[in-house]
Write a protein that binds this ligand. Sequence first.
Ligand SMILES: [Zn+2]
Length: 270
Amino acid sequence: MVDMKVHVLSTGVMETDLTWLLLQGGHTIRDRHHKNEPVVWRDCPTHAVLIEHPDGNILWDTGVPRDWEERWAPTGFHDFFPVREPVDGPGYLDTSLAQLEMTSDDVDILLLSHLHFDHAANAKMFTNPKTRILAQADEIEGANAITGYSSGAHIVSDYDGLDLEAVHGDSEIVPGVSVIHTPGHTWGTMSLQLDLENDGTKIFTSDAVYLQESWGPPAVGAAIVWDNVRWLESVEKLRGIADRTGAEVIFGHDAEQRKSLRLAPDGYYS
Ligand SMILES: [Zn+2]
């Protein structure tokens, strides 16, 4: 077992209509028995994961940007997913890294679960000679085919011009740190598997699974999905790995689950 220290970083909390994340009859999309009930708005937190590993520092995802309101305005997402943190306050990637006495220059490998506006938005903080930036090959291919400002939740300026290194499918990045190809949410969404000495296996799903309710069982699909069949297949792939390894599964945007996590800077996993 590799000795590593894993920090879960706060990288901005959005709010949103739950319907974006959970197509559950009567609960979000209304059936006739619930048609007069108000829509459900809920916190939609984002996180990043900083892994201090003998082979270097690895960062998983980057959260939302401080200039979210301007950057998202051309897409309309600034009204559907407003960020509740003050833009000049703490709670974003840069301040969360600073709490660990780190900057973007200390990151050897940045892993992007996918290139959506709430995961890859701060990738350009890492355009230093040191940081390798990795994403799935099919995610890079799909994102690079977008013309104009954005398509869906991909905003081209978040990642254009970056030297993205392609990962092909399931892959061990360094010992104990693996990515799992879990397409469906986007062309090449991936999840993160960490095999830890003291705390066992952790799987960070990103948007392959948004919430505990998405996981089920049974899995519950969502509105922001590129391919629903592949999305469901990916959830079951993760469930198989979790069953086999006894992993704790940490969902992409679950406000309830977040309360139970050991968050940086005080808490960590090892
Ligand atoms: Zn996404």
